[in-house]
Design a protein around this ligand. Structure first.
Ligand code: OXD
Ligand code: MN
Length: 614
Protein backbone atom coordinates (compact mmCIF):
# COMPACT_ATOMS: atom_id res chain seq x y z
CA UNK A 1 0.00 0.00 0.00
CA UNK A 2 1.33 3.46 -0.87
CA UNK A 3 1.99 6.18 1.71
CA UNK A 4 -0.86 8.19 0.27
CA UNK A 5 -3.43 5.43 0.75
CA UNK A 6 -2.13 4.82 4.31
CA UNK A 7 -2.95 8.43 4.99
CA UNK A 8 -6.39 7.91 3.45
CA UNK A 9 -7.16 5.00 5.79
CA UNK A 10 -5.97 7.06 8.74
CA UNK A 11 -8.10 10.07 7.76
CA UNK A 12 -11.17 7.92 7.14
CA UNK A 13 -10.58 6.22 10.46
CA UNK A 14 -10.44 9.56 12.34
CA UNK A 15 -13.69 10.69 10.74
CA UNK A 16 -15.66 7.52 11.38
CA UNK A 17 -14.34 6.33 14.76
CA UNK A 18 -17.40 6.13 17.03
CA UNK A 19 -15.67 7.49 20.12
CA UNK A 20 -14.07 10.55 21.61
CA UNK A 21 -11.86 8.53 23.98
CA UNK A 22 -8.62 10.34 23.16
CA UNK A 23 -6.18 7.64 24.26
CA UNK A 24 -8.12 4.97 22.38
CA UNK A 25 -8.23 7.07 19.22
CA UNK A 26 -4.53 7.80 19.42
CA UNK A 27 -3.66 4.15 20.00
CA UNK A 28 -5.88 2.88 17.18
CA UNK A 29 -4.30 5.52 14.92
CA UNK A 30 -0.82 4.25 15.85
CA UNK A 31 -1.76 0.65 15.12
CA UNK A 32 -3.28 1.64 11.75
CA UNK A 33 -0.07 3.42 10.87
CA UNK A 34 2.02 0.43 11.90
CA UNK A 35 -0.03 -2.43 10.45
CA UNK A 36 -1.42 -0.60 7.39
CA UNK A 37 -4.83 -2.30 7.06
CA UNK A 38 -6.99 -1.71 4.01
CA UNK A 39 -9.85 -0.50 6.19
CA UNK A 40 -10.87 -0.16 9.84
CA UNK A 41 -14.13 -1.45 11.32
CA UNK A 42 -15.23 -0.58 14.85
CA UNK A 43 -17.21 -3.51 16.24
CA UNK A 44 -20.64 -2.57 17.62
CA UNK A 45 -21.41 -6.08 18.84
CA UNK A 46 -24.81 -6.32 17.14
CA UNK A 47 -26.36 -9.52 15.76
CA UNK A 48 -26.60 -7.89 12.36
CA UNK A 49 -22.91 -7.16 12.35
CA UNK A 50 -21.85 -10.67 13.32
CA UNK A 51 -24.28 -12.17 10.79
CA UNK A 52 -22.57 -10.16 8.08
CA UNK A 53 -19.10 -11.20 9.27
CA UNK A 54 -19.92 -14.89 9.56
CA UNK A 55 -21.54 -14.70 6.11
CA UNK A 56 -18.28 -13.31 4.73
CA UNK A 57 -16.31 -16.02 6.56
CA UNK A 58 -18.53 -18.70 4.97
CA UNK A 59 -17.89 -17.15 1.53
CA UNK A 60 -14.16 -17.13 2.26
CA UNK A 61 -14.19 -20.81 3.28
CA UNK A 62 -13.09 -20.08 6.87
CA UNK A 63 -16.44 -21.17 8.31
CA UNK A 64 -18.83 -23.92 7.33
CA UNK A 65 -22.46 -23.24 8.24
CA UNK A 66 -23.90 -26.23 10.13
CA UNK A 67 -27.26 -27.90 9.69
CA UNK A 68 -29.69 -25.27 11.01
CA UNK A 69 -32.09 -27.85 12.46
CA UNK A 70 -29.37 -29.58 14.51
CA UNK A 71 -27.04 -26.67 15.33
CA UNK A 72 -28.87 -23.37 14.74
CA UNK A 73 -26.74 -20.37 13.81
CA UNK A 74 -23.57 -22.41 14.31
CA UNK A 75 -20.38 -22.83 12.33
CA UNK A 76 -17.34 -25.04 12.06
CA UNK A 77 -13.85 -23.73 11.39
CA UNK A 78 -10.73 -25.68 10.48
CA UNK A 79 -7.41 -24.17 11.35
CA UNK A 80 -4.07 -24.54 9.68
CA UNK A 81 -2.81 -27.92 10.99
CA UNK A 82 0.14 -26.10 12.57
CA UNK A 83 -2.05 -23.60 14.43
CA UNK A 84 -4.01 -25.82 16.79
CA UNK A 85 -3.16 -24.84 20.38
CA UNK A 86 -1.70 -22.28 22.73
CA UNK A 87 2.03 -21.90 22.06
CA UNK A 88 3.61 -21.72 25.50
CA UNK A 89 7.16 -21.82 24.14
CA UNK A 90 6.37 -18.67 22.08
CA UNK A 91 4.69 -16.87 25.01
CA UNK A 92 6.68 -14.11 26.70
CA UNK A 93 6.41 -11.97 29.79
CA UNK A 94 8.47 -8.86 29.02
CA UNK A 95 8.80 -7.25 32.43
CA UNK A 96 11.45 -4.57 32.84
CA UNK A 97 13.47 -6.88 35.11
CA UNK A 98 14.05 -10.53 34.28
CA UNK A 99 13.50 -11.62 37.86
CA UNK A 100 9.94 -10.23 37.75
CA UNK A 101 9.02 -12.84 35.11
CA UNK A 102 10.35 -15.65 37.31
CA UNK A 103 11.37 -19.16 36.32
CA UNK A 104 7.99 -20.25 34.95
CA UNK A 105 7.97 -17.73 32.06
CA UNK A 106 9.95 -16.95 28.94
CA UNK A 107 11.38 -13.47 29.32
CA UNK A 108 12.82 -10.90 26.97
CA UNK A 109 13.90 -7.34 27.71
CA UNK A 110 11.14 -4.98 26.45
CA UNK A 111 13.85 -2.96 24.68
CA UNK A 112 14.78 -6.07 22.74
CA UNK A 113 11.20 -7.28 22.15
CA UNK A 114 9.73 -3.99 20.92
CA UNK A 115 11.86 -3.74 17.76
CA UNK A 116 10.98 -7.36 16.94
CA UNK A 117 7.26 -6.60 17.27
CA UNK A 118 7.67 -3.36 15.35
CA UNK A 119 9.19 -5.33 12.52
CA UNK A 120 6.65 -8.19 12.48
CA UNK A 121 3.58 -5.94 12.80
CA UNK A 122 4.83 -3.45 10.25
CA UNK A 123 2.39 -3.81 7.34
CA UNK A 124 1.08 -7.07 8.83
CA UNK A 125 -2.58 -6.18 8.15
CA UNK A 126 -2.03 -5.00 4.57
CA UNK A 127 -4.95 -5.97 2.36
CA UNK A 128 -7.12 -6.86 5.37
CA UNK A 129 -9.73 -5.15 7.52
CA UNK A 130 -8.64 -4.18 11.02
CA UNK A 131 -11.45 -4.74 13.51
CA UNK A 132 -11.51 -2.75 16.75
CA UNK A 133 -13.26 -4.72 19.51
CA UNK A 134 -14.03 -2.83 22.73
CA UNK A 135 -14.59 -5.44 25.45
CA UNK A 136 -15.00 -5.73 29.18
CA UNK A 137 -14.00 -8.71 31.31
CA UNK A 138 -16.65 -9.24 33.99
CA UNK A 139 -19.96 -7.38 34.24
CA UNK A 140 -20.08 -3.91 32.67
CA UNK A 141 -21.76 -2.55 35.81
CA UNK A 142 -18.93 -3.74 38.09
CA UNK A 143 -17.52 -1.11 40.46
CA UNK A 144 -14.27 -1.20 38.49
CA UNK A 145 -15.11 -2.58 35.04
CA UNK A 146 -12.00 -4.08 33.45
CA UNK A 147 -11.88 -2.79 29.90
CA UNK A 148 -9.80 -3.99 27.02
CA UNK A 149 -9.67 -3.24 23.33
CA UNK A 150 -8.51 -5.87 20.90
CA UNK A 151 -7.59 -4.88 17.39
CA UNK A 152 -7.43 -7.85 15.08
CA UNK A 153 -7.28 -8.66 11.39
CA UNK A 154 -9.34 -11.84 11.89
CA UNK A 155 -13.14 -11.81 11.59
CA UNK A 156 -13.14 -15.33 13.11
CA UNK A 157 -11.59 -13.77 16.22
CA UNK A 158 -14.32 -11.10 16.26
CA UNK A 159 -17.09 -13.71 16.07
CA UNK A 160 -15.42 -15.79 18.81
CA UNK A 161 -14.73 -12.78 21.07
CA UNK A 162 -18.42 -11.88 20.78
CA UNK A 163 -19.20 -15.23 22.43
CA UNK A 164 -16.39 -15.19 25.00
CA UNK A 165 -16.59 -11.58 26.25
CA UNK A 166 -18.99 -8.69 26.54
CA UNK A 167 -18.14 -6.51 23.53
CA UNK A 168 -19.34 -3.58 21.45
CA UNK A 169 -21.15 -0.25 21.68
CA UNK A 170 -22.30 -0.41 25.32
CA UNK A 171 -18.79 -1.19 26.43
CA UNK A 172 -17.33 1.62 24.34
CA UNK A 173 -19.88 4.13 25.64
CA UNK A 174 -19.09 3.30 29.27
CA UNK A 175 -15.38 3.36 28.61
CA UNK A 176 -15.70 6.75 26.98
CA UNK A 177 -17.92 8.21 29.72
CA UNK A 178 -15.28 7.62 32.37
CA UNK A 179 -12.31 8.06 30.03
CA UNK A 180 -11.40 4.66 31.41
CA UNK A 181 -8.14 2.81 31.27
CA UNK A 182 -8.19 -0.15 28.88
CA UNK A 183 -5.78 -2.99 28.22
CA UNK A 184 -4.55 -2.52 24.65
CA UNK A 185 -4.36 -5.88 22.87
CA UNK A 186 -3.03 -6.08 19.33
CA UNK A 187 -3.60 -9.22 17.30
CA UNK A 188 -2.51 -9.99 13.77
CA UNK A 189 -2.50 -13.33 12.00
CA UNK A 190 0.68 -12.09 10.33
CA UNK A 191 -0.45 -12.79 6.76
CA UNK A 192 -0.69 -9.54 4.78
CA UNK A 193 -2.33 -9.73 1.39
CA UNK A 194 -0.56 -7.97 -1.44
CA UNK A 195 -2.70 -6.95 -4.42
CA UNK A 196 -3.44 -9.97 -6.55
CA UNK A 197 -2.92 -12.44 -3.67
CA UNK A 198 -5.73 -14.87 -3.00
CA UNK A 199 -6.46 -15.50 0.64
CA UNK A 200 -6.43 -18.88 2.37
CA UNK A 201 -9.21 -20.15 4.64
CA UNK A 202 -7.04 -19.91 7.79
CA UNK A 203 -4.37 -17.26 7.40
CA UNK A 204 -1.56 -17.43 9.98
CA UNK A 205 2.21 -17.22 10.13
CA UNK A 206 4.64 -20.04 10.94
CA UNK A 207 6.35 -17.64 13.35
CA UNK A 208 4.34 -16.82 16.46
CA UNK A 209 4.79 -14.27 19.23
CA UNK A 210 2.43 -14.04 22.22
CA UNK A 211 3.85 -11.14 24.19
CA UNK A 212 2.82 -9.42 27.40
CA UNK A 213 4.21 -6.20 28.83
CA UNK A 214 3.00 -6.47 32.44
CA UNK A 215 3.99 -2.97 33.58
CA UNK A 216 2.24 -1.38 30.58
CA UNK A 217 -0.62 -3.94 30.82
CA UNK A 218 -0.24 -4.42 27.07
CA UNK A 219 -0.62 -7.51 24.87
CA UNK A 220 0.77 -8.17 21.39
CA UNK A 221 -0.07 -11.40 19.60
CA UNK A 222 1.30 -12.30 16.18
CA UNK A 223 1.03 -15.24 13.83
CA UNK A 224 -1.75 -17.41 15.29
CA UNK A 225 -5.53 -17.28 14.87
CA UNK A 226 -6.37 -19.93 17.47
CA UNK A 227 -7.93 -19.86 20.93
CA UNK A 228 -5.91 -18.42 23.77
CA UNK A 229 -3.31 -17.11 21.31
CA UNK A 230 -5.86 -14.91 19.58
CA UNK A 231 -8.89 -14.33 21.84
CA UNK A 232 -6.85 -11.97 23.94
CA UNK A 233 -9.43 -11.35 26.68
CA UNK A 234 -9.00 -14.90 27.96
CA UNK A 235 -5.57 -16.22 28.97
CA UNK A 236 -3.57 -13.11 27.99
CA UNK A 237 -5.71 -10.50 29.77
CA UNK A 238 -7.89 -12.35 32.30
CA UNK A 239 -5.00 -14.47 33.61
CA UNK A 240 -1.51 -13.20 32.73
CA UNK A 241 -2.07 -9.43 32.77
CA UNK A 242 -4.84 -9.63 35.39
CA UNK A 243 -2.62 -11.65 37.73
CA UNK A 244 -0.19 -8.72 37.70
CA UNK A 245 -3.02 -6.21 38.22
CA UNK A 246 -4.22 -8.38 41.09
CA UNK A 247 -0.77 -8.42 42.68
CA UNK A 248 -0.58 -4.62 42.47
CA UNK A 249 -4.17 -4.01 43.62
CA UNK A 250 -4.71 -6.78 46.18
CA UNK A 251 -6.82 -9.33 44.32
CA UNK A 252 -6.38 -12.70 42.59
CA UNK A 253 -6.86 -13.74 38.94
CA UNK A 254 -7.09 -17.51 38.91
CA UNK A 255 -7.52 -20.46 36.54
CA UNK A 256 -10.58 -21.76 38.36
CA UNK A 257 -14.13 -22.92 37.88
CA UNK A 258 -16.85 -21.58 40.18
CA UNK A 259 -19.73 -23.85 41.19
CA UNK A 260 -22.70 -23.04 43.42
CA UNK A 261 -24.11 -25.87 45.52
CA UNK A 262 -27.42 -25.74 47.32
CA UNK A 263 -28.26 -28.23 50.04
CA UNK A 264 -31.69 -29.81 50.49
CA UNK A 265 -32.20 -27.28 53.32
CA UNK A 266 -31.74 -24.45 50.80
CA UNK A 267 -28.36 -23.24 52.02
CA UNK A 268 -25.89 -22.29 49.29
CA UNK A 269 -22.11 -22.59 49.08
CA UNK A 270 -19.79 -21.48 46.32
CA UNK A 271 -16.78 -23.60 45.51
CA UNK A 272 -13.87 -22.53 43.32
CA UNK A 273 -11.59 -25.13 41.80
CA UNK A 274 -8.20 -25.04 40.09
CA UNK A 275 -7.34 -28.07 37.95
CA UNK A 276 -4.66 -28.52 35.29
CA UNK A 277 -5.93 -29.64 31.88
CA UNK A 278 -7.38 -33.16 31.49
CA UNK A 279 -8.43 -33.32 35.15
CA UNK A 280 -12.20 -32.96 34.72
CA UNK A 281 -12.54 -29.22 35.34
CA UNK A 282 -15.33 -28.64 32.81
CA UNK A 283 -17.21 -31.72 34.02
CA UNK A 284 -17.04 -30.45 37.60
CA UNK A 285 -18.11 -26.93 36.56
CA UNK A 286 -21.19 -28.48 34.94
CA UNK A 287 -21.76 -31.17 37.58
CA UNK A 288 -24.98 -33.11 37.88
CA UNK A 289 -24.99 -34.21 41.54
CA UNK A 290 -25.78 -37.86 42.22
CA UNK A 291 -26.87 -37.13 45.79
CA UNK A 292 -30.53 -36.51 46.40
CA UNK A 293 -31.77 -33.00 46.98
CA UNK A 294 -28.51 -31.22 46.16
CA UNK A 295 -28.48 -28.70 43.34
CA UNK A 296 -25.47 -27.48 41.37
CA UNK A 297 -25.32 -24.29 39.33
CA UNK A 298 -22.47 -23.02 37.19
CA UNK A 299 -20.83 -19.66 37.70
CA UNK A 300 -17.66 -20.25 35.72
CA UNK A 301 -15.69 -22.97 33.99
CA UNK A 302 -12.20 -21.50 33.52
CA UNK A 303 -11.38 -18.18 35.19
CA UNK A 304 -12.18 -16.69 38.59
CA UNK A 305 -11.27 -13.17 39.69
CA UNK A 306 -11.36 -12.96 43.48
CA UNK A 307 -11.48 -9.75 45.47
CA UNK A 308 -11.99 -9.06 49.13
CA UNK A 309 -15.55 -7.89 49.77
CA UNK A 310 -16.84 -5.22 52.15
CA UNK A 311 -17.14 -7.67 55.01
CA UNK A 312 -13.68 -9.15 54.52
CA UNK A 313 -15.01 -12.14 52.58
CA UNK A 314 -13.41 -13.40 49.38
CA UNK A 315 -15.71 -12.88 46.38
CA UNK A 316 -15.35 -14.50 42.97
CA UNK A 317 -16.45 -13.33 39.52
CA UNK A 318 -16.17 -15.17 36.23
CA UNK A 319 -14.86 -12.49 33.85
CA UNK A 320 -15.83 -14.43 30.73
CA UNK A 321 -19.12 -14.66 28.84
CA UNK A 322 -18.77 -17.95 27.02
CA UNK A 323 -17.45 -21.48 27.19
CA UNK A 324 -14.36 -22.39 25.17
CA UNK A 325 -14.28 -26.06 26.01
CA UNK A 326 -12.21 -28.96 24.77
CA UNK A 327 -14.67 -30.93 22.62
CA UNK A 328 -13.32 -34.50 22.77
CA UNK A 329 -14.57 -36.22 25.91
CA UNK A 330 -17.55 -33.88 26.20
CA UNK A 331 -20.57 -36.07 25.57
CA UNK A 332 -24.18 -36.88 26.30
CA UNK A 333 -23.18 -39.43 28.93
CA UNK A 334 -20.27 -37.53 30.57
CA UNK A 335 -21.50 -33.93 30.36
CA UNK A 336 -25.14 -33.63 29.29
CA UNK A 337 -25.33 -30.03 30.56
CA UNK A 338 -22.58 -28.97 28.15
CA UNK A 339 -24.24 -30.88 25.30
CA UNK A 340 -27.60 -29.21 25.93
CA UNK A 341 -25.95 -25.78 25.84
CA UNK A 342 -23.99 -26.57 22.68
CA UNK A 343 -26.95 -27.92 20.74
CA UNK A 344 -28.95 -24.73 21.39
CA UNK A 345 -26.71 -23.27 18.70
CA UNK A 346 -24.96 -19.88 18.34
CA UNK A 347 -21.65 -21.73 18.56
CA UNK A 348 -18.37 -21.89 16.69
CA UNK A 349 -16.62 -25.25 16.61
CA UNK A 350 -12.99 -25.45 15.61
CA UNK A 351 -11.15 -28.55 14.37
CA UNK A 352 -14.00 -30.97 15.07
CA UNK A 353 -15.23 -33.53 12.52
CA UNK A 354 -18.28 -32.98 10.27
CA UNK A 355 -21.10 -35.49 9.96
CA UNK A 356 -22.63 -36.22 6.58
CA UNK A 357 -25.81 -34.36 7.56
CA UNK A 358 -24.01 -31.11 8.32
CA UNK A 359 -23.50 -31.58 12.05
CA UNK A 360 -20.35 -31.93 14.13
CA UNK A 361 -18.85 -34.87 15.98
CA UNK A 362 -15.85 -35.59 18.16
CA UNK A 363 -14.51 -38.53 20.10
CA UNK A 364 -16.70 -39.14 23.15
CA UNK A 365 -19.65 -37.02 21.96
CA UNK A 366 -21.97 -40.00 21.51
CA UNK A 367 -21.64 -43.66 22.44
CA UNK A 368 -22.34 -44.64 18.83
CA UNK A 369 -19.59 -43.68 16.44
CA UNK A 370 -20.89 -42.43 13.06
CA UNK A 371 -20.24 -44.68 10.06
CA UNK A 372 -18.69 -41.85 8.08
CA UNK A 373 -17.29 -38.41 8.86
CA UNK A 374 -15.14 -35.72 7.33
CA UNK A 375 -12.28 -35.37 9.78
CA UNK A 376 -10.83 -32.06 10.96
CA UNK A 377 -8.25 -32.21 8.15
CA UNK A 378 -10.98 -32.59 5.52
CA UNK A 379 -10.36 -36.30 4.87
CA UNK A 380 -12.93 -39.08 4.69
CA UNK A 381 -13.04 -40.86 8.02
CA UNK A 382 -14.55 -44.18 9.05
CA UNK A 383 -14.30 -45.90 12.44
CA UNK A 384 -11.45 -48.08 11.13
CA UNK A 385 -9.35 -45.12 9.95
CA UNK A 386 -7.01 -45.38 12.93
CA UNK A 387 -6.85 -41.60 13.34
CA UNK A 388 -8.76 -39.14 15.49
CA UNK A 389 -11.71 -37.61 13.66
CA UNK A 390 -11.47 -34.41 15.73
CA UNK A 391 -8.21 -32.81 16.83
CA UNK A 392 -7.58 -33.57 20.54
CA UNK A 393 -7.61 -29.81 21.23
CA UNK A 394 -10.71 -29.12 19.14
CA UNK A 395 -13.10 -26.72 20.83
CA UNK A 396 -16.68 -25.61 21.18
CA UNK A 397 -17.22 -21.89 21.72
CA UNK A 398 -20.71 -21.35 23.15
CA UNK A 399 -22.47 -18.51 25.02
CA UNK A 400 -22.44 -19.34 28.74
CA UNK A 401 -26.04 -18.20 29.18
CA UNK A 402 -27.14 -21.18 27.09
CA UNK A 403 -26.35 -23.35 30.13
CA UNK A 404 -29.63 -24.32 31.77
CA UNK A 405 -27.69 -24.59 35.03
CA UNK A 406 -26.14 -21.11 34.88
CA UNK A 407 -26.57 -19.40 38.24
CA UNK A 408 -28.43 -16.08 38.21
CA UNK A 409 -25.54 -14.71 40.23
CA UNK A 410 -23.30 -15.04 37.19
CA UNK A 411 -24.58 -11.55 36.34
CA UNK A 412 -23.96 -10.10 39.81
CA UNK A 413 -21.24 -7.44 39.44
CA UNK A 414 -20.12 -8.12 43.00
CA UNK A 415 -19.68 -11.83 42.35
CA UNK A 416 -20.31 -14.46 44.98
CA UNK A 417 -18.68 -15.29 48.28
CA UNK A 418 -16.28 -18.20 47.84
CA UNK A 419 -16.63 -20.72 50.68
CA UNK A 420 -14.14 -23.36 49.58
CA UNK A 421 -11.22 -23.63 47.20
CA UNK A 422 -10.26 -26.94 45.61
CA UNK A 423 -6.87 -27.73 44.13
CA UNK A 424 -6.95 -30.92 42.09
CA UNK A 425 -4.68 -33.00 39.90
CA UNK A 426 -4.53 -36.42 38.27
CA UNK A 427 -2.44 -38.76 40.42
CA UNK A 428 -2.51 -42.56 40.43
CA UNK A 429 -0.89 -42.77 43.86
CA UNK A 430 0.00 -40.73 46.95
CA UNK A 431 -2.67 -38.01 46.88
CA UNK A 432 -5.88 -38.91 48.76
CA UNK A 433 -9.34 -38.38 47.28
CA UNK A 434 -9.74 -35.28 49.46
CA UNK A 435 -7.57 -33.62 52.10
CA UNK A 436 -8.49 -30.54 54.10
CA UNK A 437 -5.76 -27.96 54.68
CA UNK A 438 -5.11 -26.98 58.29
CA UNK A 439 -4.78 -23.26 57.52
CA UNK A 440 -4.73 -20.73 54.68
CA UNK A 441 -0.95 -21.03 54.31
CA UNK A 442 -1.14 -24.82 54.48
CA UNK A 443 -3.69 -24.62 51.65
CA UNK A 444 -1.32 -22.45 49.63
CA UNK A 445 1.33 -25.10 50.21
CA UNK A 446 -1.07 -27.66 48.73
CA UNK A 447 -1.81 -25.39 45.75
CA UNK A 448 1.85 -24.52 45.19
CA UNK A 449 2.79 -28.21 45.00
CA UNK A 450 -0.25 -29.20 42.91
CA UNK A 451 0.74 -31.91 40.47
CA UNK A 452 -0.65 -34.01 37.70
CA UNK A 453 0.61 -37.01 35.77
CA UNK A 454 1.31 -36.58 32.10
CA UNK A 455 -0.97 -38.79 30.01
CA UNK A 456 -0.27 -40.81 26.87
CA UNK A 457 -1.55 -37.88 24.82
CA UNK A 458 1.31 -35.65 25.94
CA UNK A 459 4.86 -35.90 24.64
CA UNK A 460 7.40 -37.36 27.04
CA UNK A 461 7.25 -40.06 29.67
CA UNK A 462 3.77 -41.24 30.65
CA UNK A 463 2.91 -40.94 34.33
CA UNK A 464 5.61 -38.34 35.00
CA UNK A 465 4.52 -35.95 37.74
CA UNK A 466 4.42 -32.33 36.59
CA UNK A 467 4.03 -29.58 39.17
CA UNK A 468 1.47 -26.94 38.20
CA UNK A 469 1.04 -24.36 40.98
CA UNK A 470 -2.64 -23.49 41.37
CA UNK A 471 -2.99 -24.87 37.77
CA UNK A 472 -1.48 -21.52 36.75
CA UNK A 473 1.90 -22.68 35.42
CA UNK A 474 1.41 -21.17 31.93
CA UNK A 475 -0.60 -18.20 33.21
CA UNK A 476 1.22 -16.55 36.13
CA UNK A 477 2.20 -13.18 34.65
CA UNK A 478 5.03 -12.54 37.11
CA UNK A 479 7.51 -14.27 39.41
CA UNK A 480 6.02 -17.52 40.75
CA UNK A 481 7.47 -17.02 44.24
CA UNK A 482 5.98 -13.52 44.40
CA UNK A 483 2.70 -15.01 43.23
CA UNK A 484 2.66 -17.42 46.19
CA UNK A 485 3.59 -14.57 48.54
CA UNK A 486 0.66 -12.58 47.16
CA UNK A 487 -1.70 -15.51 47.81
CA UNK A 488 -0.34 -15.73 51.35
CA UNK A 489 -0.88 -11.99 51.91
CA UNK A 490 -4.62 -12.30 51.24
CA UNK A 491 -5.04 -13.78 54.72
CA UNK A 492 -4.08 -10.52 56.41
CA UNK A 493 -6.26 -8.45 54.05
CA UNK A 494 -9.42 -10.53 54.57
CA UNK A 495 -11.49 -11.43 57.61
CA UNK A 496 -9.73 -14.71 58.54
CA UNK A 497 -13.03 -16.21 59.73
CA UNK A 498 -14.53 -15.64 56.25
CA UNK A 499 -11.63 -17.05 54.25
CA UNK A 500 -12.53 -20.07 52.12
CA UNK A 501 -11.37 -23.45 53.41
CA UNK A 502 -8.85 -25.09 51.11
CA UNK A 503 -8.94 -28.74 49.99
CA UNK A 504 -6.69 -30.90 47.81
CA UNK A 505 -8.63 -33.39 45.67
CA UNK A 506 -7.68 -36.28 43.41
CA UNK A 507 -10.46 -38.04 41.50
CA UNK A 508 -7.97 -40.32 39.74
CA UNK A 509 -6.30 -42.37 42.46
CA UNK A 510 -5.92 -46.09 41.77
CA UNK A 511 -6.37 -48.99 44.17
CA UNK A 512 -3.46 -51.42 44.71
CA UNK A 513 -5.32 -53.66 42.21
CA UNK A 514 -5.14 -50.93 39.57
CA UNK A 515 -8.78 -49.82 39.28
CA UNK A 516 -10.00 -46.30 40.03
CA UNK A 517 -10.30 -45.84 43.80
CA UNK A 518 -13.29 -43.50 43.40
CA UNK A 519 -16.21 -43.51 40.91
CA UNK A 520 -15.77 -39.81 40.03
CA UNK A 521 -18.03 -37.73 37.74
CA UNK A 522 -21.40 -36.99 39.36
CA UNK A 523 -20.33 -38.83 42.52
CA UNK A 524 -17.80 -36.06 43.11
CA UNK A 525 -20.86 -34.29 44.54
CA UNK A 526 -20.39 -36.56 47.58
CA UNK A 527 -16.94 -35.08 48.15
CA UNK A 528 -18.41 -31.59 47.78
CA UNK A 529 -21.08 -32.45 50.32
CA UNK A 530 -18.39 -33.60 52.77
CA UNK A 531 -16.54 -30.33 52.17
CA UNK A 532 -19.70 -28.33 52.89
CA UNK A 533 -20.27 -30.35 56.05
CA UNK A 534 -16.69 -29.70 57.14
CA UNK A 535 -17.40 -25.97 56.76
CA UNK A 536 -20.60 -26.45 58.79
CA UNK A 537 -18.67 -28.50 61.36
CA UNK A 538 -20.94 -31.53 60.97
CA UNK A 539 -18.70 -34.06 59.19
CA UNK A 540 -15.95 -36.07 60.82
CA UNK A 541 -12.37 -36.09 59.64
CA UNK A 542 -9.23 -37.93 60.55
CA UNK A 543 -5.94 -36.13 61.12
CA UNK A 544 -3.02 -37.31 58.95
CA UNK A 545 0.47 -35.83 58.51
CA UNK A 546 -0.69 -34.10 55.31
CA UNK A 547 -4.06 -32.81 56.50
CA UNK A 548 -7.55 -34.01 57.43
CA UNK A 549 -9.22 -36.76 55.38
CA UNK A 550 -12.75 -38.16 55.66
CA UNK A 551 -13.38 -41.03 58.03
CA UNK A 552 -15.04 -44.04 56.40
CA UNK A 553 -18.43 -43.12 57.82
CA UNK A 554 -18.29 -39.36 57.30
CA UNK A 555 -19.09 -39.25 53.60
CA UNK A 556 -22.54 -39.82 52.12
CA UNK A 557 -22.17 -43.03 50.10
CA UNK A 558 -25.91 -43.77 49.96
CA UNK A 559 -27.08 -45.26 46.69
CA UNK A 560 -23.60 -46.38 45.67
CA UNK A 561 -23.95 -50.11 45.02
CA UNK A 562 -20.45 -51.36 45.19
CA UNK A 563 -18.55 -48.66 47.01
CA UNK A 564 -18.22 -49.02 50.76
CA UNK A 565 -16.72 -47.14 53.69
CA UNK A 566 -13.73 -49.52 53.43
CA UNK A 567 -13.25 -48.50 49.81
CA UNK A 568 -13.28 -44.90 50.93
CA UNK A 569 -10.51 -45.68 53.42
CA UNK A 570 -8.40 -46.95 50.51
CA UNK A 571 -9.13 -43.77 48.50
CA UNK A 572 -7.91 -41.55 51.36
CA UNK A 573 -4.89 -43.58 52.50
CA UNK A 574 -1.76 -41.59 53.32
CA UNK A 575 1.14 -43.94 52.65
CA UNK A 576 4.35 -42.79 54.41
CA UNK A 577 6.57 -44.49 51.81
CA UNK A 578 4.81 -42.73 48.92
CA UNK A 579 5.05 -39.47 50.84
CA UNK A 580 8.83 -39.78 51.32
CA UNK A 581 9.15 -39.90 47.53
CA UNK A 582 6.68 -37.01 47.22
CA UNK A 583 8.68 -34.92 49.69
CA UNK A 584 11.86 -35.39 47.68
CA UNK A 585 9.99 -34.30 44.57
CA UNK A 586 8.51 -31.24 46.31
CA UNK A 587 11.97 -30.23 47.57
CA UNK A 588 13.29 -30.39 44.02
CA UNK A 589 10.34 -28.30 42.82
CA UNK A 590 10.72 -25.69 45.55
CA UNK A 591 14.45 -25.35 44.78
CA UNK A 592 13.45 -23.96 41.36
CA UNK A 593 11.84 -20.89 42.94
CA UNK A 594 15.16 -19.69 44.35
CA UNK A 595 15.12 -16.98 46.99
CA UNK A 596 11.67 -15.71 46.08
CA UNK A 597 9.94 -18.73 47.66
CA UNK A 598 8.11 -17.36 50.73
CA UNK A 599 9.55 -18.42 54.09
CA UNK A 600 6.03 -19.41 55.19
CA UNK A 601 6.01 -22.14 52.54
CA UNK A 602 9.50 -23.32 53.45
CA UNK A 603 8.11 -23.62 56.99
CA UNK A 604 5.13 -25.62 55.70
CA UNK A 605 7.50 -28.02 53.97
CA UNK A 606 9.62 -28.36 57.11
CA UNK A 607 6.47 -29.02 59.15
CA UNK A 608 5.29 -31.71 56.76
CA UNK A 609 8.71 -33.38 56.85
CA UNK A 610 8.58 -33.42 60.60
CA UNK A 611 5.07 -34.85 60.73
CA UNK A 612 6.08 -37.58 58.31
CA UNK A 613 9.16 -38.30 60.42
CA UNK A 614 11.32 -37.85 57.34
C1 OXD B 1 -7.98 -23.42 28.20
C2 OXD B 1 -6.68 -23.88 28.70
O1 OXD B 1 -8.16 -23.28 26.98
O2 OXD B 1 -6.51 -23.94 29.92
O3 OXD B 1 -8.86 -23.17 29.02
O4 OXD B 1 -5.80 -24.18 27.87
MN1 MN C 1 -8.14 -23.08 31.00
Amino acid sequence: MSERSDQTVLDAERQTAPTTHAKLLAWVGDIVELTQPESVHWIDGSQQEVDRLTGELVDAGTLVRLNEAKFPNSFAAFSDPKDVARVEERTFICSQEKQDAGFTNNWMDPQEMKPILQDRFSGSMRGRTMYVIPFVMGPLDAEHPQFGVEVTDSAYVVASMRIMARIGDDVLAKMEASDAFFVPAVHSVGAPLESGDTDVAWPCNPEKWIVHFPEERAIWSYGSGYGGNALLGKKCFALRIASVMGRDEGWLAEHMLILKLTSPEGKSYNVAGAFPSACGKTNLALLEPSIKGWKAETLGDDINWMRIGKEGELRGVNPEYGLFGVAPGTGWSTNPNAMRAITKGNSIFTNVALTDDGGVWWEGMTDDVPEHLTDWLGNDWTPGSGTKAAHPNSRFCTPIDQLDMLSEEFHNPEGVEIHAILFGGRRKTTIPLVTEASSWTNGIFMGSTLSSETTAAAAGAVGRVRRDPMAMLPFIGYDAGDYLRHWDSIESKADPSRLPRIFLVNWFRRTPEGGFAWPGFSDNSRVLKWIVERIEGTADARETPIGKVPTGESMDLSGLDSFTAEDLEVAVTVDPEEWKQELADIEEWYAKFGPSLPQSLQDELAGLKQRLGA
